[in-house]
Design a protein around this ligand. Structure first.
Ligand code: FAD
Ligand code: DLZ
Ligand code: SF4
Length: 515
């Protein structure tokens, strides 16, 4: 008789997973495994590990309720082999399957494991496409074929046409594809600012919190105040709360940053979407519905849908298209170590202490903090993109390599030479001052460029621009900064470079992150 083993990985917590399609519950064992290798190949934030283990345990219960047999291996099982392949070996012993069916993994490292199983175990292994994404690998390859530049905007328009989201026939609703221009309003404090829901850990989650505290409590970040949704039901509650309370302000405030306000009008849904608790297309349809019902403006609905069916699908396409060596790229030849304060938040630069402090507290920071604070600073100082990548993969609850790597190494650090963006996301303090209130309570003066009180981002920005002239000198989108630099008095130029050199020297003396 046929006996099928279906391993379900930690980011595959969806009832409609492709590996489960057409499976007969009477002949199938689903295997779920908490393994130390996945928690430590980078030192994930304890909240990220706790979220995944708790969500996995609740998902196993939901699968059982739906009639499936689930073999669930906990981290503290004394026989736990510690890795996916080790656990498959044990499960093959226990269940003697005639074949294995699995949905493809979310990163090259794990995909290589899946691909080795057939040879190792001598039974057929079917690896199915992950149908939770709109755009298959083949579809992305077809889109990319023959294009000189792989710009997200054109990919996104195809996804709009294919889904019909915010479309009137073959025309975009509102007459424009992209309302980003309306979405750059600076921060405004608002007494009615929405808050993400807080979910009280139940007994299952309490057990996980204890386990994770004992085993991974030394990883950077705190478990305190853990209040993530860990079931689909609760994730849907957060989705509804977002649609009602935050979506109306999402567009206007998309790039804004405010002191001690980690979430603003963001969805705070990425951990749930990426782990499989929420469906991205359903979410976009719900957003569209809010627009059609007149509850939100077009810039909010379009801005949000673009992030999900545009950016999210596009970065995944890039990740798989570029191959396993994408992670090694370092176009700017950046070599500096990421300063140790990325793991403590202890710095007198207020913008960085806010973004990093909130990250360590919540395993979350919103997009513009990731891109224009922590990412921008790492880019300006010339931090090695591989170290920056590792940090982002560790600290965010939504981080899996397929989405994190192109965003970090590509978009933020220009490590791929501009595949994702036509110019580097580098800025001086002026941008941060315009989009946030951080500078008002900083020890540095954002208006100063030279001297002990000058905002470090200012001189670092010019140093970055000049240092990389061979890379960006002919880039039309960088023409303005080079013109401004060339128009500066020579003494100013020298003073700026000296200021940056002094800062970078001081940075080198700061404690490094100890593994
Ligand atoms: P919102 O701002 O409310 O956006 C809505 C949704 O759009 C998100 O939930 C997400 O699913 C999607 N989205 C938005 N921007 C992107 C993007 N650039 N790429 C992919 N999806 C996007 N996102 C991750 O999911 N995992 C990561 O590991 C990750 N690493 C990042 C690293 C860097 C350096 C940068 C600049 C961005 C990164 N992002 C990552 C993208 C983005 O910052 C997060 O998706 C977003 O902050 C999640 O919070 P939210 O749900 O409140 O999103
Ligand atoms: C991120 C993660 C962690 C921390 N732990 C586990 C785990 O113990 N078991 C598991 O199945 N998955 C885990 N994951 C998610 C996997 O790393 C993820 O499935 C891969 O990154 C492949 O996308
Ligand atoms: Fe950041 Fe400079 Fe503003 Fe301080 S002054 S918060 S370092 S941008």
């Amino acid at each position: 008789m046929e006996r099928v083993l279906i391993p379900v990985l930690g980011d595959q917590l969806s009832m409609g997973l492709s590996s489960l399609e057409r499976a007969d519950p009477d002949r199938t064992t689903i295997l779920m495994m908490e393994v130390v290798e996945e928690a430590t190949y980078v030192r994930h934030h304890p909240k990220k590990i706790a979220f995944l283990f708790a969500a996995m345990r609740h998902h196993a219960s939901a699968l059982r309720e739906a009639g499936w047999s689930v073999d669930y291996v906990t981290l503290d099982d004394p026989d736990n082999a510690g890795s996916f392949t080790g656990e498959i070996a044990r499960a093959v012993e226990r269940h003697d399957p005639t074949r294995i069916v699995v949905t493809e993994a979310g990163e090259w490292r794990v995909q290589a494991m899946l691909e080795a199983w057939e040879t190792i175990f001598g039974i057929p292994v079917a690896i199915r496409p992950d149908t939770r994404f709109l755009c298959s690998h083949e579809r992305f390859a077809a889109w990319a074929e023959g294009r000189r530049e792989l710009r997200m905007e054109y990919f996104y328009r195809d996804m709009r046409r294919e889904t019909g989201l915010l479309m009137e026939g073959d025309k975009p609703v509102g007459g424009k594809w992209n309302f980003d221009h309306d979405n750059r309003k600076p921060a405004q404090r608002d007494m009615l600012m929405p808050r993400p829901l807080s979910f009280e850990p139940d007994a299952v989650t309490q057990d996980v919190l204890k386990l994770v505290g004992e085993r991974f409590g030394d990883h950077a970040g705190t478990l305190d105040g853990f209040d993530f949704a860990v079931t689909r039901k609760d994730a849907l509650r957060q989705q509804r709360a977002f649609l009602t309370h935050a979506l109306p302000g999402f567009g206007d405030n998309q790039d804004a940053m405010l002191t001690d306000e980690p979430y603003l009008w963001h969805a705070v849904l990425s951990p749930y979407i990426n782990a499989g608790l929420l469906d991205p297309l359903d979410l976009c349809r719900a957003v569209e519905k809010q627009f059609v019902a007149g509850k939100v403006k077009i810039n909010a609905a379009e801005g949000f849908i673009r992030q999900v069916i545009g950016w999210r699908e596009y970065v995944r396409g890039i990740y798989w298209r570029e191959g396993p060596d994408y992670v090694t790229r370092n176009f700017l030849n950046a070599k500096r170590d990421l300063p140790g304060f990325y793991w403590t938040g202890e710095t007198d630069m207020h913008c960085l202490s806010q973004a990093i402090g909130q990250t360590l507290a919540n395993a979350y920071a919103h997009h513009i903090q990731r891109l224009m604070i922590t990412g921008n600073f790492a880019l300006l100082i010339g931090a090695e993109p591989q170290q920056v990548h590792r940090w982002y993969l560790e600290v965010y609850a939504d981080a899996y390599e397929w989405v994190e790597l192109p965003n970090t190494l590509g978009m933020s650090q220009f490590g791929d030479g501009g595949l994702l963006g036509s110019k580097p996301y580098a800025s001086s303090g002026a941008y941060i001052d315009r989009m946030s209130d951080y500078c008002r309570s900083c020890r540095y003066d954002v208006k100063q460029r030279i001297g002990p009180d000058a905002c470090p981002f200012n001189a670092l920005y010019w140093d970055f621009v000049v240092r990389n002239r061979d890379k960006f000198g002919n880039n039309p989108r960088m023409a303005m900064p080079y013109r401004s630099w060339d128009n500066m008095a020579e003494e100013t130029q020298q003073a700026l470079r000296k200021q940056a050199a002094g800062f970078l020297k001081a940075l080198n003396k700061l404690p490094k992150y100890a593994d």
